[in-house]
Design a binder for this molecule. Structure first.
Ligand code: IPD
Ligand code: CA
Length: 263
């Protein structure tokens, strides 16, 4: 059990670790399945669902009545209207499917409409990122902070590329061209929850992406804010609703935002 964690964070950690054991077992199977004709897609969506069920069961048992927003099962209302969990059981599904060890479980807690706790767990590296409002952010037992880089030419920026079937390819190419010309480098690692966790840990200096879902970003938002960074939407609408997000250290927030969405 991690040190200096509240009872609710301990509940989140225990649920994530339990779900992660199944994910790790299933990830080990994926390579074998890739040779089969059907391919691993069905297997992976089963792995995803199983992890979600473990999280739902564990969290419901520990905090009866809280509601849920889940990637797979959608909204599950609870009698307690002031609390809800926002969960992605497997962020980085495409990586998982391709045998790439970069994926995570993401759990956030919302209280009275405010995000109050976030956990992102990468089981392959056993990296557990956690944050609670007013308590700072941690990677395992180490306090983390966003980077201090202020010079864009030294900044490493992460993004998400709209995939097949999504809108916004041309707009993304323009955003990418502007950012690419100003920063040290760009990364697309394929798990938004981990992109945000990496901003919180100072590995990435900034991250932007459009069209994400609440379960992709809710936990990561708490992490970045508690690590001293800034998170905002790319337009005036509600961040969790649009999923158009920019997160960074506070020195480069405005400059990166200006590159992504020039006025
Ligand atoms: C995806 C990842 C990816 C992002 C996609 C998300 P999933 O979540 O976070 O990095 O670019 O937009 O949908 O499908 O792997 O849970
Ligand atoms: Ca996701």
């Amino acid at each position: 059990m991690a040190t200096n964690t509240s009872p609710v964070m301990n509940v989140m950690i225990a649920a994530a670790r339990k779900a992660a054991r199944g994910l790790i077992r299933d990830f080990g199977e994926v390579e074998q399945l890739q040779v089969s004709r059907k391919g691993p897609a069905d297997f992976v969506s089963q792995a995803d669902l199983k992890a979600e069920t473990v999280l739902l069961d564990e969290l419901s048992r520990a905090r009866p009545g809280y509601g849920f927003v889940l990637e797979e099962k959608g909204v599950v209302e609870g009698p307690d209207k002031s609390h809800r969990w926002i969960i992605d059981p497997l962020d980085g599904t495409t990586n998982f499917l391709h045998g790439i060890p970069h994926f995570a479980i993401s759990i956030a807690l919302e209280r009275e409409g405010q995000l109050t706790a976030g956990l992102v767990y990468n089981p392959v590296r056993d990296e557990l990122y956690r944050a609670e409002k007013g308590q700072g952010a941690h990677l395992n037992d180490r306090r983390i902070r966003v980077s201090a880089r202020a010079d864009l030419t030294q900044c490493l920026v992460a993004t998400g590329i709209p995939f097949h079937g999504m809108d916004g390819h041309a707009r993304f190419q323009q955003e990418m061209a502007r950012v690419m010309g100003a920063v040290s480098g760009i990364r697309r690692f394929g798990a938004a929850a981990l992109d945000l966790a990496f901003v919180a840990a100072g590995r990435f200096d900034a991250f932007w992406e459009r069209g994400l879902k609440p379960w992709d970003i809710a936990a990561g938002i708490v992490l970045v804010r508690e690590a001293g960074g800034e998170v905002s939407g790319l337009n005036d609408a509600d961040l969790l609703e649009t999923g158009d997000i920019i997160a960074s250290n506070s020195h480069i927030h405005r400059p990166v935002q200006a590159l992504v969405t020039p006025r």
